[in-house]
Structures are given as C-alpha cells and as structure tokens.
Design a protein around this ligand. Sequence first.
Ligand code: ZN
Length: 341
Amino acid sequence: LADRRGGLPGSADERTGIDAAAAFCFGDDGVIAELLGCASATAEFLDRWAQPGDLGSHTWEERFGEGEYLPLAERAVEDVLKATGLTMAEVGAVVVAGPNARAVKSAASSLRKQADLAPDPADLTSLVGNGGTASLGLALADALDTAGADDVILALSLADGADAMLLRTTDLLATRRPAPIRDSLGDGMVVGYPTYLMWRGLLSREGPRRPHPVRPSAPFSARDIPYKFAFVGGRCRQCSTVQFPLPDVCLRCQARNSCDPISGAGAIGTIATYTVDRLAYSPNPPLVSAVIDLEVGGRVTVEVADIPIDSLEVGLEVKMTFRRLMTADGVHNYFWKAGPR
Ligand SMILES: [Zn+2]
C-alpha cells in the first residue's frame, strides 16, 4: 500500500498529507496474524472529488462526510463480527484510517469504547499525518508492533465506504517483528517550503549550467537489474574481495566467475572521502558524491542524500538507501545513495 498525498497550497490536505508505504507478505505458514474475516458497506455520496491530473482533491464539509461514514462503519463492523462470531469485548486493538479525519476519529473512539479499550493518546496519524492509501497499513503495522500473541485486531478503512477486517495475531509475532515504526519517528529532517514545492514539481529551479542529464538506458537497466534494484555485488571465493557490481573477473586475483552474490541494499558504511559538486545535476543541489566503505566489504562511489553538508565528515556512518537520481524525458531513474545511518 503506497500513496503520495498532497493538496492545494495552504490546504489541510497539504498540511497533513504525507508520502507513505506499508508492505505485508501473505502466506499460509508461519504467519504473524491470520485474517478471521472481512466485511464492507458502501453508499453513494459526494465527499471528496478530483479530476484526473488535478493538483489536489476537493472535499465537502467534513461533518457531512462524518455523518455518512459512521453508519457505514457501524454496518461493516457489525457484519464482520457476525461473520466471525466474535464480539467487541474480544477485540484487543482498533485501527481506523481514512481521508476524513473527523469520521476516523469518531469511529475509532466509539469502537474503542465498545471494546473497553483506553483512548489512544497519540495515534500514528496524529504523529505523522495522513498517508492516504497507506494509512491503514501503517496503522496496522503500528498495532502489530505492540500486540501480543492471540490478540484480535479490528482494522477499519473509511474511504468511499467502509471495509472492516478482523485479524488474530499468532505466537510467531514476537519473533518476526521488524523494527517498530515509531522508532523511526525522529529520523526526519526539516525541509523548507520552497524545496518541498520543487520536489513536488510545483516550482522549477534553475538547472545547473551544464547539459541536462540524459534519460537512463533501458537496456543497461534491464541487464543490471540485480545491481540497480538490490545493489548486488560479489565476494570472490578465491581471495574474499568484495566488489560492486558483481564482476565476471575478480579485480584483485583475476579469477573468472569466482564471485558469489552479496547485497549492499540497506548496508551500513562509512564515508572514506567526499566532494561537494555545485555544477553537477541533482534533484537537491549541490550534489554530494562520496566514496563509501561498506561493512559487507567493498568500496562504492555514490551520491549522498539527506545529510546536511556541514555534518559531512570522513568516517561518518551512512546507510545505503534507494532514491531517485533524476528524471529525464519523463523517465525516473532510481539508484542507491548514502543516507543517514
Ligand atoms: Zn579474487
């Protein structure tokens, strides 16, 4: 589930909208939660609308949407309880998401009351903003961060109707939990409004006085999928040298086809040296190029992202992160950059 939320300048959507994504794996064995059942309710009403290509969407007065959403929420929850034979008393956590903040708030507080749960003092949306399509996934991941084994979670999405799901966690949850979402809340950095507008494509910055970058080569990208998307290099079986990308011939001992694949995706490294280039193109100039020594081995030259120039230093720890290098002729080119640890 992924979304990029924004809105018209000065709107509540712009102020509270965020870019977000959440991913879940589905399977039959070894799951951390099982879906007990789901139910939906829908109705035709004009709450939010936009034309294709519009900068943001328009909404009717929030109280109207709240009035329309709440009965649908009630119906969907009632139906999912009936379908699963559970009662609200058995629900251990409630997550609600949707674009209408008022409706989400009232539905969540009423359902928490029915489930005899304490009101959530700091729900995730109030901390990070509304992630649109990704919101329910974020809220569910957040609930899974704190749930115990055998907990029932009610997840409700209020968007063009109401969709309710009941999930029960398993005892594998404790062993398969990734780093909690809330641990990364402090990782952000402040971006000025003009920069935000430029990144959104709403303002054009004067380009560097160099030819504009050319679009990425499709054959090169197709040939190098493991390197481009998973940052795959190789470790030589003869001499243990790590090199990126995966080579046919080892750089050190010249052995042929001697390398086992190794991934540098998300790898930690340290800056060996760097340079600030005020002429080269970058979506966030000036371009900082750095030579990184990776913990997994090997040395790569990549662009640096999200680290203020005055905090750069040789020896600084960084983490490899998948970012946009540039967009040329309508083609987005993504590759790995060194971001904050
Ligand atoms: Zn070698």
